[in-house]
Design a protein around this ligand. Structure first.
Ligand SMILES: *[C@@H]1O[C@H](CO)[C@@H](O)[C@H](O)[C@H]1NC(C)=O
Ligand SMILES: *[C@@H]1O[C@H](CO)[C@@H](O)[C@H](O)[C@H]1NC(C)=O
Ligand SMILES: *[C@@H]1O[C@H](CO)[C@@H](O)[C@H](O)[C@H]1NC(C)=O
Ligand SMILES: *[C@@H]1O[C@H](CO)[C@@H](O)[C@H](O)[C@H]1NC(C)=O
Ligand SMILES: *[C@@H]1O[C@H](CO)[C@@H](O)[C@H](O)[C@H]1NC(C)=O
Ligand SMILES: *[C@@H]1O[C@H](CO)[C@@H](O)[C@H](O)[C@H]1NC(C)=O
Ligand SMILES: [Cu+2]
Length: 572
């Protein structure tokens, strides 16, 4: 139907490269080159090619297109509102929003652009910091937005500016890293336009699917210290849904499909607790990227989405015109989340179908019971981890103590000090890190470091790493009960050659996970469970990577801003 339907093999990839990396003939005028680039790159027939010089085969960790002539600048104000009426007609006692919007405004830019975000904190009492999830922040750790680690929380009434470069492309999100504050609404999508591993006609944009609660996150985080996580009161698709108790309140999110066209949909799970499966009845997802890592595209009926994960999928509107359910489902084990809405759904509507109509087909019952994300993706840009022997000091044991519940890593629940970020220790050369910073020193240079995570608890956890994409070298099946694991002690039984690479993956319940990342980015990088209630009760560590090199990367302006934010916080 089109020239390069699915780039599943090396043959089609190399074909693409030869198509779009051909050197321009020297005699061409500049205007001719521009015309040619515009006609052969980033068209519905050639999404693998971005410009003459940059394409899906470009290693985005070493090459970045030139930035646009001016930075993409965003001005945000965080505000707090009581008794906010949601789109599904519930009344929330407390929300915190970016520019009064839910979801927050989208950061939209092109690969290579400089991003500048001016944040004003107009919340009543809370500090804040904004983390740019999945953004590598190469040699730019001080803009990672992890309060207590790379900065002090921004005090109410104060402003600060984040600056970073879009060296990667694809779909991500930003969110507050202050306690469970993002659960009150401080989050939004990030879209960085770039090449794709398959062709598409229409970019539908981000489609966040988020759990929603009748209580404020600050209240839930408090009572999960002694009780299990509550079921969500609803699940919102791009911010809306019907009210499960009264379907006349609210409305289904509707996404319009153009018949016969191929649509890029940017799926994201910015929830605080719910992990789920997604499926579009009668259609398939052609997966092109996992988090911000382009993969050789392939087709699947459904996807599992852990908290924080994203998928760029192509949906071909090649079915009979009509309305189709887009469902999310939770495994019956209830181990990875539940909702009081038993059938959270949105509707995908063909442009020539009844725009108010309901789907007529329910689709086959969905019976995937696992809380695991797939690990069979093939990144377009290949990585290979050398064979190794596991270092027993890089074996992280996850346990649950309580009530009051504390999630511990090797016996210690992380509790960062908002008044004294870890960066302070790094800048002053003080190595007496308090135990509860859960700090692990990584002093190797540019080599892979290997980490085993052993889960001594039945709950699975979506584990997220800042500053890197990790390689998923292996993991066990979930076990029914705690057990003495036999974790592979070297690379022999693991997948070292171009394994799945991304920034969030599920740690199985009563199971183990082995990840590797390359120590190429000096700074303090958190590695934590992305369930807001769990990280708030300790489930995280801080990798202090090549700390000695960090001070040299910080500009005098960034240092002055850092000190100012800490002084403002100290005056509270
Ligand atoms: C954050 O704000 C909420 C709502 O105003 C409040 O309940 C909570 O105590 C605050 N938390 C901190 C740490 O300031
Ligand atoms: C999500 O909502 C925004 C704001 O209403 C809208 O502009 C956008 O098209 C929606 N996205 C999808 C995928 O429907
Ligand atoms: C999809 O959602 C609709 C509407 O809530 C529901 O009727 C249907 O049973 C759901 N299908 C699956 C497979 O969950
Ligand atoms: C349900 O599970 C069975 C057994 O695992 C599998 O063979 C079947 O394809 C599944 N059906 C669906 C609709 O996923
Ligand atoms: C974490 O615990 C494991 C298992 O007890 C141990 O082998 C490892 O050395 C500990 N790591 C650190 C850094 O304390
Ligand atoms: C280093 O940090 C520790 C822990 O905060 C503190 O007790 C100690 O005084 C600091 N050392 C110096 C030289 O500042
Ligand atoms: Cu967790």
């Amino acid at each position: 139907m089109w020239a390069l339907p699915y780039l599943t093999g090396l043959a089609s990839i190399s074909l693409l490269v030869s198509l779009c990396a051909a050197a321009p003939a020297p005699a061409l005028e500049v205007s001719e080159i521009k015309t040619r680039a515009a006609s052969t790159c980033n068209t519905p027939a050639n999404r693998a090619c971005w410009t003459d010089d940059f394409n899906i085969q470009t290693d985005y960790e070493t090459s970045t297109p030139p930035a646009g002539s001016t930075p993409r600048t965003f001005d945000w104000e965080l505000t707090e509102q009581d008794n906010w009426v949601t789109s599904d007609g519930r009344i929330l006692p407390k929300v915190m929003l970016v520019n009064g919007q839910f979801p927050g405004p989208t950061i939209q830019a092109d690969w290579g652009d400089d991003i500048v975000v001016n944040v004003k904190n107009s919340l009543r009492t809370n500090g804040t910091s904004i983390h740019w999830h999945g953004i590598r922040q190469f040699h730019n750790n001080i803009h990672d937005g992890a309060n207590g680690v790379t900065e002090c929380p921004l005090a109410p009434g104060k402003s600060k500016t984040y600056r970073w470069r879009a060296t990667q492309y694809g779909t991500s999100w930003y969110h507050s890293h202050f306690s469970a504050q993002y659960g009150n609404g401080v989050w939004g999508p990030i879209v960085i336009n770039g090449p794709s591993s398959n062709d598409w006609d229409i970019d539908l944009g981000p489609f966040p699917i988020s759990d929603s609660y009748d209580k404020a996150a600050d209240e839930i985080v408090f009572f999960t210290q002694t009780a299990g996580a509550p079921a969500s009161n609803n699940v919102l698709f791009n911010g809306t849904n019907i009210n499960p108790d009264d379907p006349t309140l609210g409305r289904y999110a509707r996404v319009q499909l153009q018949p016969g066209k191929r649509h890029l949909l940017r799926l994201m799970n910015p929830s605080v607790e719910n992990n789920f499966h997604v499926k579009l009845v009668g259609h398939q997802f052609n997966v092109m990227a996992t988090d911000m890592v382009p993969v050789n595209s392939f087709t699947t009926d459904s996807l599992f989405m852990g908290v924080g994960q994203r998928y760029d999928v192509m949906i071909d509107a090649n079915q009979a015109s009509g309305n189709y359910w887009f469902n999310i489902t939770f495994p019956e084990s209830k181990l990875c989340g539940t909702s009081l809405n038993n059938f959270p759904a949105a509707i995908f509507t063909y442009a020539d179908a009844d725009p108010e109509g309901l789907p007529t087909t329910q689709g086959p019952p969905f019976n995937d019971t696992s809380c695991e994300d797939r690990t069979d993706f093939t990144p377009v840009i290949s990585r290979q981890a050398p064979d190794f022997t596991l270092d027993p000091d890089r074996d992280l044991q996850i346990t649950l103590d309580g009530p009051p519940f504390l999630w511990k890593v090797n016996g210690s629940d992380v509790n960062v000090d908002w008044d004294r970020p870890v960066l302070d220790y790094v800048l002053t050369g003080n190595t007496s890190y308090p135990r509860r910073e859960n700090l692990y020193v990584v002093d190797e240079r540019d080599v892979y470091t290997y980490w085993v995570i052993e889960n001594q608890n039945a709950l699975p956890h979506p584990m997220h790493l800042h500053g890197h994409d990790f390689l998923i070298l292996g993991r066990s099946a979930p076990q029914g009960a705690p057990t003495a694991f036999s974790v592979p002690q070297d690379g022999g039984q693991l997948n070292l050659v171009n394994p799945t690479r991304r920034d969030v993956t599920m740690l199985p319940g009563n199971g183990w996970l082995v990840v590797a990342f390359r120590a190429d980015n000096p700074g303090n990088w958190l590695f934590h469970c992305h369930i807001a209630w769990h990280v708030s009760s300790g489930l995280g560590v801080d990798f202090l990577e090549r700390g000695a090199e960090q001070a040299g990367q910080i500009s005098s302006q960034d240092l002055a801003d850092y000190q100012q934010t800490c002084q403002d916080k100290a005056k509270l």
